[in-house]
Design a protein around this ligand. Structure first.
Ligand SMILES: Cc1ncc(C[n+]2csc(CCOP(=O)(O)OP(=O)(O)O)c2C)c(N)n1
Length: 570
């Protein structure tokens, strides 16, 4: 259990305040004017006080998982911490998937949970769950507030922790009796204290620069940390200065324009052949802001066999965790990239560059696209072409997520949002609603499979109530496609529990008073997408894609990235 140091002071003209009001005051002070939540018994005092805080826009979700994903989507597009609220017991348990998703992807989220009153705690009270015990492994930190005076310091501290260093979710659990108590002692946000940002060790930077200066086949791998640090310019500057191709992780997409001459695409299990081969052949790798997780490395012992790895990350626990590092740099991504560029002379590597030019992923129309009416990659490209400049794309989890990662080819920074680390199906629609509320004037497209869409489609109700005009494109193949693909490729084709039925999405959309369009033919696709885009409210597209399309390339499970299987030529 975490307690908070108190920094309270009586206000000169002190008026007493209820704990519930202090929660909203603290959120307002932290700049959290949009909150995603759902009421219940243990947070009734919070909701009783809410109407007195018109500065807070509360979004009533349909399920607390949606609240956590919305807070996550909001945070990813605004760079601010997202906030969600839930009651004790089932409200808090429903948040867990969303918290775990934010934790894996380093997204700053502050969750406020109501707890049963302190005299009832530990007595199996109605709707009592040990929230701190439950969320420990999926949060950066959590607080149980034990006195009304601790409410504001705990919330201020929660924001500082959620945003500081490597961002992540923080839970503040507040018993009901403490929400009801009053105090005259108030706390200022600055009392929470900022988290220190480590400065990179100059000796490490010197060694890293020496390795890069001596490299003939350098590659930069950019992860989510580059985006979180808003270090796009520093990344591009270093890559151009040392003439090094840049590959990204799934969450690093958007760290560099995919049309940049040095952009080599995504690496890993469904990465481009070029990215995987460049990494395989590199002699020095600079990895910035990534975990080197198994989807990126493939078989660890065969990852980048010729390379010395420099790893820069703000989280020291990442260094040397998954891959052996020649040099580890603990620093903010922008600071590390800037410091390295300052230490390196401009360089040209014509041979490496020529090799890169040869392998570079180029959009091409595969032969089969001419034969099949609605091949998934064509649908993704059509969505991209229909969407406005600056639109956000929020992908769910499965084959469509990989097709989106491969074929959207985004040029603007940070327009791709997805659940990377946890891979939580059901993420896209709520996260898109959160993104839409964070960027009300932008277009937001959610791209989901028919499986994932059915996990959280009830959040259409939230989109309608909020007039959030998200466009949900369901890539409907009648299968839990990614699992079907693995059954086909790696389980002798035994298809088990992966064909899945769907409701009539047009009728479902209609029931929610949402525009619904079913697309069964290529000839109708462009018009349907344009109609959804032009519609002023939310829209659902049920796009009947080729049913048994697979994602290529694929690195077989347990295999090395160099063993990736490319699309069979048919
Ligand atoms: C909550 C959750 N349950 C199960 C899985 C395992 N899983 C990963 S992809 C996938 C299939 C997704 O199917 P669908 O949403 O239809 O998308 P498609 O792969 O067909 O594009 C499943 C079941 C998961 N990632 N998340």
């Amino acid at each position: 259990m975490a307690t908070v140091a108190r920094h309270t002071m009586p206000e000169p003209d002190a008026v007493t305040c209820r704990g519930a009001d202090l929660v909203w005051h603290a959120l307002e002070a932290a700049g959290a004017n949009v909150v995603f939540g759902y009421p219940g018994g243990a947070c009734l005092p919070l909701y009783d006080a809410l109407p007195d805080h018109p500065g807070i826009h509360h979004v009533l979700v349909r399920h607390e998982q949606g609240a956590a994903h919305m807070a996550d989507g909001y945070a990813r597009v605004t760079g601010r911490a997202g906030v969600c609220v839930a009651t004790s017991g089932p409200g808090a348990t429903n948040l867990v998937t969303g918290l775990a998703c934010a934790y894996m992807d380093s997204v700053p989220v502050v969750a406020i949970t109501g707890q049963v009153s302190t005299p009832l705690m530990g007595r199996d009270a109605f709707q009592e769950t040990d929230v701190l015990g439950m969320v420990g492994p999926v949060t950066k930190h959590s607080f149980l507030v034990q006195s009304v005076e601790d409410i504001e310091p705990a919330i201020h501290r929660a924001f500082a922790v959620a945003r500081g260093g490597r961002p992540g979710p923080v839970v503040v659990d507040i018993p009901k009796d403490i929400q009801l108590r009053s105090t005259a002692a108030r706390s200022r946000p600055e009392d929470a204290g900022a988290l220190p940002v480590p400065g990179a060790d100059p000796a490490g930077l010197d060694r890293a620069a020496a390795l890069l200066a001596g490299a003939s086949r350098p590659v930069i791998i950019a992860g989510q940390g580059v985006r979180l640090a808003r270090a796009h310019r520093e990344l591009r500057a270093l890559a151009e200065r040392i003439d090094a191709p840049v590959v990204t992780t799934l969450l690093g997409i958007g760290a560099i324009s995919e049309e940049h001459p040095l952009a080599a695409g995504m690496l890993g299990m469904h990465g481009s052949a070029a990215a995987n081969r460049m990494v395989n052949d590199a002699d020095v790798i600079l990895g910035v802001g990534l975990r080197f997780d198994d989807r990126v490395t493939g078989k660890i012992s065969a990852f980048a066999p010729h390379a010395k790895i420099i790893h820069a990350d703000i989280d020291p626990t990442q260094l040397g965790k998954n891959v052996p590092t020649a040099v580890g740099i603990v620093a903010d991504a922008g600071a590390a990239l800037f410091a390295l560029a300052a230490r390196l002379p401009p360089a040209e590597r014509p041979q490496w560059r020529a090799r890169f030019e040869r392998d570079r992923p180029r959009p091409r129309v595969a032969e089969y696209e001419r034969r099949v009416d609605l091949p998934p990659r064509l649908v993704i490209r059509a969505i991209r072409e229909t969407a406005s400049e600056g639109a956000y794309f929020v992908a769910d989890v499965g084959q469509h997520q990989m097709w989106a990662a491969q074929h959207l080819r985004l040029t603007e920074p940070d327009r791709f949002v997805t659940s990377g680390g946890l891979g939580a199906m059901g993420y896209a629609l709520p996260a898109a609603i959160g993104a839409q509320l964070g960027r009300p004037t932008s277009e937001v497209w959610a791209i989901a499979g028919d499986g994932g869409a059915q996990m959280t489609i009830h959040e259409l109700g939230t989109a309608v109530q909020e007039a959030a005009p998200v466009k949900l494109a369901i890539m409907n193949n009648g299968y839990l496609g990614m699992v079907r693909q693995w059954q086909q490729l790696f389980h002798d084709g035994r298809i088990s529990q992966t064909p899945i039925s769907s409701p009539d999405y047009v009728k479902l959309a209609d029931a929610y008073d949402v525009l619904g369009i079913c697309v069964e033919r290529r000839a109708d696709l462009g018009r349907a997408l344009a109609r959804a885009k032009a519609h002023r409210g939310p829209a659902v597209l049920d796009i009947r894609i080729e049913r048994e399309a697979n994602v290529w390339p694929i690195v077989p499970p347990g295999g090395a990235n160099a063993d990736l299987i490319e699309e069979p030529v048919s």
